[in-house]
Design a protein around this ligand. Structure first.
Ligand code: G6P
Length: 608
């Protein structure tokens, strides 16, 4: 939520900041703004809407500034208007801040400031923080920021500048990610690496309650209490090319088609076929304890939660350890019982989702081993876990998650085998399973050939406003994921259900205007899924079946069949999800939706 970029150095700051927020706009894209310091004055421009609206306001007169900050917003307090866009200033008009997060005690702070005579232009909590810092300002921005933040409850990643201190940017974080970038004669502050990768791969990850002060020839880091902190400069492994469209119309399509390679990279070096086992370096320090786990809790949000539901099947089946998947936002607040031998595994693409982070902390504080399955190296969740496994699927830019989902399921499939083999799984059984897992990227490649057919189906049904997705067993989470994909990018209402639950209510909705996607690959639940298709058909519903290639029986029952290659039941979700991603993608394109930046959504949800 919200992207921040700040720059100090020798270069022209304005184009550099605009380029930076464009690379971050998947974090929020309802309004944008920037501030520069020129000739001892703040120059500020803000606009409602996309960054292009801000660019139109830059009118070529902002060159020459070598310090500034920019922000792309995902509204929390107040609608996405120009007045509510960041930056926000203090009452002197000389101090400006950009902010990602939520100031929870903003009402108290606002009252305090109003009593002192301050007035407010916007409806944002950020303006209150700007004015609070201004209130404490006595000629030293660093001190004022620290002093004000001591009064704040809530989350923040902020950057601040003051017109009287044109050689310094002060940044601080609690809960919202922030990195500082160390160039040779320039420094940047950013919400994440995407904004700065073209400048340098060297970054410092700020931890909660830390402050970074960057100047023209150096930087220092402290805690909020002013205790010096020595930070390690780390190297980002992503490349600039990974952040480009690579010939695709949208990042989502690029990422869908990257999935075979993403899964290969995710497994690379981790499967030892000679020994029939999985080698996960990230878990080696905890392996002994992990395999003795009595209970595993997977916790996540959104698509990552769906990956967790698949993982639950995999872990219970292969490792025979009780496993449950919890919404992070629920787990964190319901005082969960965490007994000895519990392992909490947070699953997160970004590694910054606030609820997932809080759930991880809740589990760890109650004595559980805290593990992570994360894509973003250096992210907060990655750094707060006892151990974990990275996805290594490369940066995911499209707001609707695709390749991260298959990466998460692949990692869970490897963790299940990692534990299973050390508990009771025979070498030959594990070998056969891993052999099949290694074949999955080729099967995904074949499933991607369904793109043309899914486009045709989408074209035929795209005017239908309500869809159902049904799945049984391990296909149930895939049904949830298919429905989520459709609703988040095409704004079509879609629900995913365990197929048998249809009879307990949703069947009342079925008419010829209700497409019903039924996941019915051959296996355990096949016959029962056919039964569900019959039930839908006999009520006039229009069935799109996801079936195993060669299944002729289903062709007589469903209006459309999307055939996927045969895969072992436990690994089928990695293949059956592909046509659902494609269907959602084409439906969104046909409806003229902004696929990579769906309305009201953001990629990294760093506020509750
Ligand atoms: C947002 C994104 C989803 C994602 C979810 C969890 O809702 O739009 O695509 O699945 O957050 O994000 P995480 O980074 O924790 O996987």
């Amino acid at each position: 939520m919200c992207g921040i970029v700040a720059y100090i150095g020798q270069k022209d700051a304005c184009p550099l900041l605009i380029d930076g927020i464009k690379r971050l706009d998947y974090r929020g894209y309802d309004s944008a703004g920037l501030v520069l310091i020129r000739e001892g004055r703040l120059e500020m421009r803000r606009a409602a809407g996309r960054i292009s609206a801000l660019e139109r306001k830059l009118d070529g007169d902002l060159g020459g500034a070598t310090i500034g900050m920019a922000h792309t917003r995902w509204a929390t307090h107040g609608p996405p208007t120009e007045t509510n866009a960041h930056p926000h200033c203090d009452s002197s008009g000389k101090l400006a801040i950009v902010h990602n997060g939520i100031i929870e005690n903003y009402r108290v702070l606002k009252q305090f400031l109003e009593d002192l005579g301050h007035t407010f232009d916007s409806e944002t909590d950020t303006e209150i923080l700007a004015k609070l810092i201004g209130h404490f300002y006595e000629g030293e921005l660093e001190k004022a920021v620290r002093r004000a933040l001591c009064e704040v409850r809530g989350t923040f990643g902020i950057a601040a500048v003051h017109a009287d201190e044109p050689d310094v940017i002060v940044a601080a974080r609690r809960g919202s990610p922030l990195i500082a970038v160390v160039g040779s004669d320039e420094y940047l502050i950013a919400s994440d690496a995407a904004a700065i990768i073209q400048h340098t791969p060297h970054v410092i990850y700020l931890s909660d309650n830390e402050v970074a002060v960057v100047g023209r020839d150096g930087f220092h880091t402290t805690t909020l209490d002013a205790a010096p902190v020595t930070k390690e400069v780390e190297e980002i492994e992503w490349t600039l090319a990974q952040l480009d469209l690579g010939g695709h119309q949208h990042f989502m399509s690029k990422e869908i088609f990257e999935q075979p390679e993403a899964v290969r990279t995710c497994m690379r070096g981790r499967i030892d076929m000679d020994e029939g086992r999985v080698v996960l370096g990230g878990l080696s320090s905890v392996a002994r304890e992990l395999i003795k786990a009595k209970r595993i809790i997977l916790t996540a949000c959104g698509t990552a939660w769906h990956a967790g539901l698949v993982g639950e099947y995999l872990i219970e089946e292969l490792a025979r350890i009780p496993c449950e998947t919890e919404y992070a936002s629920e787990f964190r607040y319901r005082n969960p019982i965490v007994e000895d031998g519990t392992v909490v595994i947070a699953i997160s693409q970004s590694g910054e989702t606030i609820d997932t982070l809080a759930a991880l902390r809740e589990g760890r504080d109650k004595g559980a081993m805290a593990l992570g399955i994360v894509n973003s190296v250096g992210s907060t969740i990655a750094r707060e876990t006892d151990a974990g496994v990275f996805l290594h699927v490369g940066p995911e830019i499209g707001v609707a998650s695709t390749k991260a989902f298959v990466g998460q399921v692949t990692v869970l499939a490897m963790i299940a085998a990692f534990m299973g083999r050390r508990r009771h799984l025979s070498q030959s059984n594990c070998h056969a399973y891993l052999d099949a897992l290694q074949g999955i990227p080729d099967l995904i490649e074949q499933a991607l050939d369904l793109s043309t057919q899914t486009r045709k189906i989408a074209a035929e049904l795209v005017e239908m406003d309500n869809w159902l997705y049904l799945g049984r067993g391990i296909q149930y989470p895939v049904a949830l994921e298919g429905a989520l994909k459709l609703k988040e990018i095409s704004y079509i209402h879609a629900e995913g259900l365990p197929a048998a639950e249809m009879k307990h209510g949703p069947i009342a909705l079925i008419t010829e205007d209700m497409p019903v996607v039924v996941l019915a690959p051959q296996g355990h639940w096949y016959e029962k899924s056919l039964g569900n298709i019959e039930e839908v058909r006999s009520r006039g519903g229009r069935v799109i079946a996801i079936a195993t290639e060669g299944d002729e029986q289903i062709a007589h029952l469903a209006e459309h069949v999307l055939y996927v290659p045969r895969a072992p039941e436990l690994l089928q979700p990695l293949v059956t999800v592909i046509p659902l991603q494609l269907l959602a993608y084409h439906a969104a394109v046909l409806r003229g939706c902004d696929v990579d930046k769906p309305r009201n959504l953001a990629k990294a949800v760093t506020v509750e």
